[in-house]
Design a binder for this molecule. Structure first.
Ligand code: FAD
Ligand code: NAP
Length: 275
């Protein structure tokens, strides 16, 4: 009797001899559009929480197919975590969504980005404004002890179309509040990390675009904090281009100035995707 040939998913398995190959250790799917995965971390890779790198797979033409991805894990973590969209016809993510533990991805070890503490002036309260996969860099920031050394209060707003798209941020923040190391770090101040999830297209306890909730003042009333003030508030923003522009106008309207690595300011912005 002849043995059946094993079925292999060649599309998601790049050649293992790539110079920048990293092994996938864990994959978790949330919806048909969102998943997270973890990889081994090159020993030499140093990055600042909030930065992004280029990752990808080998394309059908034998050349690396790379895209920018925020590192969702904090800089102290032994592994790397990524939080990803699945674009049905997307050149990379139509394949990347099929990776499994043991597979390899390409990771170019040159982290860059503006969503870093170095680009912000000292302040009292850090606002992290995200839509969709724009939460990814903040998954890194909120797991970094430096964040709580720098700020008295950290408020994460995450807006998605549907409730299921909030699962990654909700589970992470709930988990952090139960985490022994975080409790040791924050002590009685565990409530210094606050979460404000909203949806726009499915019923949930808090509905609406965050921009609308800022404009109406509902966000500040709900949280019991004063309106944005350049003397106290700092912001990091990550979402679509339209979202970033709208939030930028609101922050500037409140008197906050955009910062950069070379010249720290009161808020920083990065696109969660192009297009
Ligand atoms: C600085 C930076 C950081 C990024 N970090 C992440 C990240 O952490 N996680 C992540 O999933 N993506 C991230 N992206 C987007 C990522 O680079 C790719 O665009 C994405 O992986 C899709 O690749 P693709 O080849 O399948 O499709 P592409 O050809 O790259 O995109 C096709 C279309 O899909 C839409 N799209 C792409 N990415 C997203 C997204 N994240 N959310 C919603 N719609 C999207 C856009 O309309 C785009 O025109 C980042 C982009 C930038 C510029
Ligand atoms: N998420 C899905 O179920 C889905 C399904 C199929 C295709 N897509 C496509 O995938 C792409 C990205 O979808 P996405 O849902 O990840 O990202 P998105 O379209 O940027 O929306 C994410 C969240 O941000 C809000 N938002 C968008 N623009 C904003 C602005 N200018 N100010 C304030 N809030 C804003 C959206 O509210 P609103 O709902 O009010 O826009 C939504 O709650 C889009 O091109 C979309 O057509 C998405």
């Amino acid at each position: 009797m002849t043995e059946a040939k094993p079925v292999t998913q060649t599309a998601a398995r790049p050649v293992p001899t790539l110079p920048d190959a990293q092994e996938v250790t864990e994959v978790q799917h949330y919806t048909d559009r969102l998943f997270r995965f973890r990889t081994k971390r090159p020993q030499s890779l140093r990055f600042r929480s909030g930065e992004f790198v280029m990752i990808g797979l080998m394309g059908d033409n034998g050349k690396p197919l790379l895209r920018a991805y925020s590192i969702a894990s904090p800089s102290w973590d032994d592994e790397l975590e990524f939080y990803s969209i699945k674009v049905p016809e997307g050149p990379l993510t139509s394949k990347l969504q099929h990776i499994a533990p043991g597979d390899q991805i390409i990771l170019r070890p040159k982290p860059v980005g503006t969503l870093v503490h170095d680009a912000l002036l000292p302040g009292k309260r850090l606002w992290l404004f995200a839509t969709g996969t724009g939460f990814a860099p903040f998954a890194s920031i909120i797991r970094d002890p430096e964040t709580y050394e720098r700020f008295e209060e950290v408020i994460v707003t995450h807006t998605c179309r549907d409730v299921a798209e909030l699962t990654y941020s909700r589970e992470m923040i709930e988990g952090l509040k139960e985490d022994d190391l975080m409790r040791e770090l924050l002590g009685d101040g565990i409530d210094r990390l606050r979460y404000y999830p909203t949806t726009t297209r499915e019923e949930s306890p808090k509905m609406g675009r965050i921009t609308t909730l800022i404009e109406s003042g509902e966000l500040f009333r709900d949280l019991g904090v004063p309106p944005l003030d350049p003397a106290a508030d700092r912001g990091m923003v990550c979402g679509s281009l339209a979202f970033n522009l709208d939030i930028k106008a609101l922050l500037e309207g409140a008197g906050l100035r955009e910062g950069a690595n070379s010249e720290p300011g009161e808020f920083v912005i990065e696109k969660a995707f192009v297009g």
